[in-house]
Design a protein around this ligand. Sequence first.
Ligand code: NAD
Length: 273
Amino acid sequence: MSDSVEEFSSVFQHAKKVVVLTGAGISAESGIPTFRGEGGLWRDFDATELATPGAFAANPSLVWEFYHYRRTIVAGASPNAGHYAVAALQRRCRRLGKDFILLTQNIDGLHAKAGSTDVVELHGSLWETRCCHCKAVEANRNMPICPALDGKGAPDTVHEANIPSMQLPRCNKCNGLLRPRVIWFGECLERDVLRRTDDALQGCDLLLVVGTSAVVYPAAGYAPLVKSQGGVVAEFNTEDTPISYNCRFKFQGPSSVKLPTALGIGEDELAEM
Ligand code: NAD
């Protein structure tokens, strides 16, 4: 495993199809808590246990309060240098005639805010809802998303979670209960997303894996897949992960610093939109 910027730059020069996979770690420095590690708790609940269909079925009020809290945090957040470096990399690949695809497990929309285009959001978006009854999908950026959630969601409130179901966000078309349009643990990715991801990974000769604990499938399988196809994997993370051994490059540290450094992206290129 190497952390040589020169060696990485030479691999990049020869790459024809570059894919970037990001996870919650890239947004940590924008003030958005990750699920694992520091900030993974909300009102004494393990965040990973709230992002499940079972949790929503058992207590939709609790899960909506959690998502309202997450929307509040994200609404006030700005992209950091890591997001801008990924957007700059996309522009650079375009100039050099290389294929580039950005896959993100994040639902915060910060890549698009930083200027990335055609982002494949594997796990959906915090800013969209789906009706549990008629399945209609709608964009919704209202804060709060419904009056009953006003002032709710604070992490230090002790177990409020008692909003009656009829006062939770409801569908404009059929009045069914809305849920966030996100993929919860135990759910399958949407078909179109799976197709775009398969296309992206086919023939990928350079994969950058940024800020993901690499324990959530299918994304956790992308690095071993690219490696088995003969591609090169570079990991950007503050820690080691289960995919680290698949990586030819490991840039250990915050992605806001390590990404621009490894990619040789200066202030001028970061700011270009
Ligand atoms: P995770 O919380 O499981 O892991 C975060 C990873 O980022 C860890 O490996 C950690 O070491 C690393 N990390 C932390 N700070 C970093 C930094 N500054 N620079 C580089 N790496 C850093 O996140 P995951 O693997 O994305 O999986 C969690 C799931 O939760 C995903 O499905 C995602 O949809 C969801 N999630 C999304 C957000 C978001 O949209 N911002 C936030 C939390 C969770």
